[in-house]
Design a protein around this ligand. Structure first.
Ligand SMILES: C[S@@+](CC[C@H](N)C(=O)[O-])C[C@H]1O[C@@H](n2cnc3c(N)ncnc32)[C@H](O)[C@@H]1O
Length: 261
C-alpha cells in the first residue's frame, strides 16, 4: 500500500482540521442517516466500559462513547491534532461528559499509553493514516483486555462513486482518494483476520443530497478528491449539472469491521 503520510498531504484550500469540520457538517445537514447510530450499535459499549478512540478528531464518536460508558467508565481519545482534541474537550464540557485525550500518533501507541488496557477500541476513518498499519493493529490488540473488541470503519469500493465519476469528467482520481477507498478491504480486513480470533463485517450506506452548487463545491474542496488545478473546470461542471438536475446525490458506502480478541 502506498501511504502518502500525514492527512494534510492533499493540497486542500483549508487546514485538515477545518476540512474535517466541513465534511462532518455536510453529512449532518445533507445526509439521510447518522453514522454514529450504526457505529454505537456495532461496538456495543456498556456503562463502565473503558473505550479508546484512535484518530478521535474533534470527538464525533468519542463524545457519544463517553455518554454511553458514563462516569464509571473511561472514554479516551488520541489524535495527532491538538486543535481537534481541544475542540473535543470544549464539546465534552458543553455536554457535561468526561473524556480524556492525548496528542499521540497511532504509530506511538505503546509508549503513549503504556500499560493501559481497554474493553473496546474504535478507529473510524483514521486507520489508513498509520505509517505502519500492521504494527498499529498488533499494538491495538495488545491494548485490549481479554474478550475486548475493536471496531474499525472507513470507505469501501463504490464509496462516493457518483461524486468520483463527476470528478473524473475533469481530472484523474487523486492517489489519496484511491488508497483510502481500497484500504478497508485490501489491507485492514486481511490484517485483522490474521490478528484477531473472530472478525465480522457490516456495511453502512448513506445518501448525501447536496441542494445547491456551493454545498457540493465546498464538500469537494474539503475532501481527498480535491485537485487544485481542476478547480475552475469542476466549478463550471457542477454549476452546469445543477442547472440541469437541481440537486446532486452521492452515496457513502462504509465498511465496518468488528474484531474480537
Ligand atoms: C477523517 S478524520 C476522522 C476523525 C473522527 N474519527 C471522525 O470520524 O470524525 C481522521 C483523524 O485522524 C487523525 N490522524 C491522522 N493521522 C494520524 C496518526 N498518525 N495518528 C493518530 N491520528 C491521526 C487526524 O488528525 C483526524 O482527526
Amino acid at each position: 500500500m502506498v501511504n502518502r503520510g500525514p492527512w494534510s498531504i492533499q493540497m486542500r484550500l483549508t487546514s485538515p482540521e477545518t476540512a474535517l469540520g466541513i465534511r462532518i457538517d455536510a453529512h449532518r445537514r445533507f445526509s439521510k442517516r447518522e453514522i454514529n447510530d450504526w457505529i454505537l450499535a456495532r461496538i456495543s459499549l456498556e456503562k463502565g466500559d473503558k473505550v479508546l478512540d484512535i484518530g478521535c478528531g474533534n470527538g464525533k464518536q468519542l463524545i457519544p462513547f463517553a455518554k454511553t460508558v458514563g462516569s464509571s467508565g473511561l472514554a479516551y481519545g488520541i489524535d495527532v491534532s491538538q486543535s481537534l482534541l481541544d475542540e473535543a474537550l470544549v464539546v465534552a464540557k458543553h455536554d457535561r461528559v468526561n473524556i480524556q485525550v492525548k496528542r499521540c500518533g497511532m504509530e506511538q501507541i505503546r509508549p503513549c499509553l503504556g500499560s493501559m488496557t481497554f474493553d473496546a477500541i474504535s478507529s473510524c476513518f483514521s486507520l489508513y493514516y498509520s505509517k505502519g498499519v500492521s504494527q498499529t493493529i498488533t499494538d491495538i490488540s495488545n491494548l485490549l483486555a481479554d474478550k475486548g473488541r475493536l471496531f474499525v470503519c472507513g470507505p469501501m469500493r463504490g464509496n462516493n462513486a457518483e461524486l468520483a465519476h463527476l470528478h473524473q469528467e475533469v481530472s484523474d482520481l487523486p492517489e489519496d482518494f484511491v488508497t483510502h477507498t481500497e484500504f478497508m478491504e485490501n489491507h485492514a480486513l486481511p490484517l485483522l483476520r490474521h490478528e484477531f480470533r473472530k472478525v465480522e463485517t457490516s456495511i453502512f450506506r448513506n445518501s448525501i443530497v447536496f441542494p445547491d452548487p456551493e454545498s457540493l463545491l465546498t464538500y469537494w474542496r474539503s475532501y481527498t478528491l480535491f485537485v487544485a488545478s481542476a478547480r475552475t473546470q469542476f466549478d463550471d461542471l457542477v454549476k452546469r449539472r445543477f442547472s440541469e438536475d437541481g440537486s446532486f446525490v452521492t452515496n457513502k458506502v462504509v465498511l465496518g469491521i468488528l474484531a474480537l480478541k
